[in-house]
Ligand binder design. Structure first.
Ligand code: ADP
Ligand code: MG
Length: 464
């Protein structure tokens, strides 16, 4: 019976219709979701079956499935559609026990100075050898963060915790990683993202193994946690983090934390945690100025030259052009530069500004299609609320603000009229939208943090 069922389904997709190269899909997942979410979650998805309008995907455990479905399914689906239009649904199958990635198992042994937890936590918390102090370029926007990071390496627990904050793509993870590499030489270092911390926390609860969890995280001498804003609104996790934090401080372990905003601006985080976070040294990283951008480009070109023993064909003029035009963050800047370098290599020519304009046309000039839908999703994600909460009738501030910001951006970034925007927010009246636009305009004029948040969201939306 079952065989027959499968057979009929397979009629829907012929061999030539099988278009997905899973490796490509995975690569683009990584670009789209970022390497943290990718390596924690999406990397573990395999393609089991491809049909005309849906896919059967394999995930290692039920927990993985639930997590991925609740947080990433919508995005995964719309992303898959860019590879194959006809897909309108995915199904997950649990593959636990069937797949062991021998590659990962092998790698784990290389990092034995980092504390180990049995269930392959190392696969996700490896320090990246390429993100070190040597290749971190100093500029006025990151100088204080950089010197503070170096000081922490010289003298543990002098500034405790060290808290580094700033927008996306400005070098927080790079700095944290550099600290980890440095301190790993002399002591045991735990480096983890808050999202990954959450994953282990929930997994331990499910396995009734909290003792091991507590023990594991509390025994490191240096505890580095990336993107702590992830704990916003998650009470159980905050509770656990608070106790981990305290016991680490008690035994004079060094704690280093990064976040996208200042400690006191972390809404929906317990006061006692905020004051602990702010209780050491708090430093920020700002947007790079032109000078830093130029320095970063030159450093990359120099590194490439040394590595590949080839001279670069990138003129001073082109460097200036890239640095001036790339306005979002350092991650983007490097992406743009890589593109230009690749082009000049392939075409073996010295590029002019006009060549660059052509190569980067889509990045710098193209009017990106931004929809109310995309804005709602991006804002919900950014403020760590669900889309349902964004669209709900509830008016508590933690929901109302993100909603107002989404309305404001919808007005500014799309051509939709006020009534149309209102309708897309669960049939609200256009006067509600007007009120939102006014409120956010006013707030962003007097509140730096608000302005920063809006700029960041805007650049996330423009980024792709
Ligand atoms: P964040 O964690 O703040 O989002 P990352 O640390 O991931 O940002 O940085 C994004 C990219 O930019 C990385 O490739 C990183 O190596 C690079 N980068 C950021 N700041 C610098 C810097 N000052 N010098 C060199 N590379 C940098
Ligand atoms: Mg980061």
């Amino acid at each position: 019976m079952e065989k027959k069922a499968i057979h009929t389904q397979e009629i829907f997709v012929t061999e030539e219709e099988k278009t997905l190269v899973w490796e490509n899909v995975q690569n683009s997942f990584e670009n789209f979701f970022g390497s943290e979410v990718y390596s924690s979650w999406l990397k573990n998805i395999s393609l089991l079956k491809e049909y005309h309008d849906y896919l059967v995907l394999g995930v290692p455990t039920r927990f993985f499935r639930d997590w991925i479905v609740s947080r990433y399914l919508d995005k995964i689906l719309s992303h898959l559609k860019t590879f194959k239009k006809s897909i309108n649904r995915v199904e997950f199958k649990i593959t636990e026990g069937h797949q062991i990635n021998s590659n990962d198992a092998l790698k784990a042994g290389d990092f034995n100075t980092v504390t180990e937890i049995k269930d392959s936590i190392l696969n996700y918390n490896k320090l990246n050898l390429n993100l070190n102090f040597d290749n971190f370029v100093a500029g006025s926007s990151n100088e204080i963060a950089l010197t503070s990071s170096k000081k922490v390496c010289e003298q543990i627990s002098r500034y405790n915790p060290l808290y580094i904050y700033g927008g996306v793509g400005l070098g927080k993870t790079h700095l944290l990683n550099a600290i980890g590499l440095e301190l790993e030489k002399k002591t045991n270092v735990m480096f983890i993202s808050a999202e990954r911390f959450m994953y282990h926390f929930i997994k331990s609860i499910k396995k009734n193994d909290m003792v091991n969890f507590k023990d594991f995280f509390r025994k490191s001498s240096v505890f580095i946690i990336d993107d702590i804003q992830f704990i916003r609104g998650k009470e159980g996790l905050q509770e656990e983090f608070f106790h981990t934090f305290n016991s680490l401080i008690d035994k004079s372990s060094q704690i280093i934390i990064s976040a996208d905003r200042a400690p006191m601006k972390l809404d929906r985080v317990q006061e006692r945690i905020k004051s602990r976070l702010a209780g050491g040294l708090v430093v920020d990283i700002d947007m790079p100025d032109l000078d830093l951008k130029i320095k970063i480009i030159k450093k990359r070109l120099e590194d490439i030259q040394n590595e590949f023993k080839e001279s670069s064909n990138i003129s001073e003029e082109v460097i200036n052009f890239i640095a001036t035009e790339s306005k979002t963050n350092i991650r983007e800047l490097i992406g743009v530069l890589n593109r230009v370098i690749t082009f000049s290599r392939i075409h073996k020519k010295i590029l002019t500004i006009n060549d660059c304009k052509n190569i980067l046309k889509d990045l710098f000039n193209q009017a990106k299609i931004i929809t109310v839908d995309k804005i709602q999703n991006a804002a919900a994600n950014f403020f760590n609320i669900s889309l349902a909460e964004m669209l709900s009738q509830r008016r508590s501030r933690p929901l109302a603000r993100p909603r107002q910001i989404a309305m404001y951006l919808s007005k500014k970034m799309t051509t939709r009229s006020l009534p149309e925007i209102g309708r897309r927010f669960s049939n609200r009246d256009h006067t509600t939208v007007i009120h939102a636009v006014k409120t956010i305009t006013r707030l962003s004029e007097k509140d730096d943090e608000m302005k920063k948040n809006i700029d960041q969201l805007r650049s996330l939306l423009l980024e792709e």
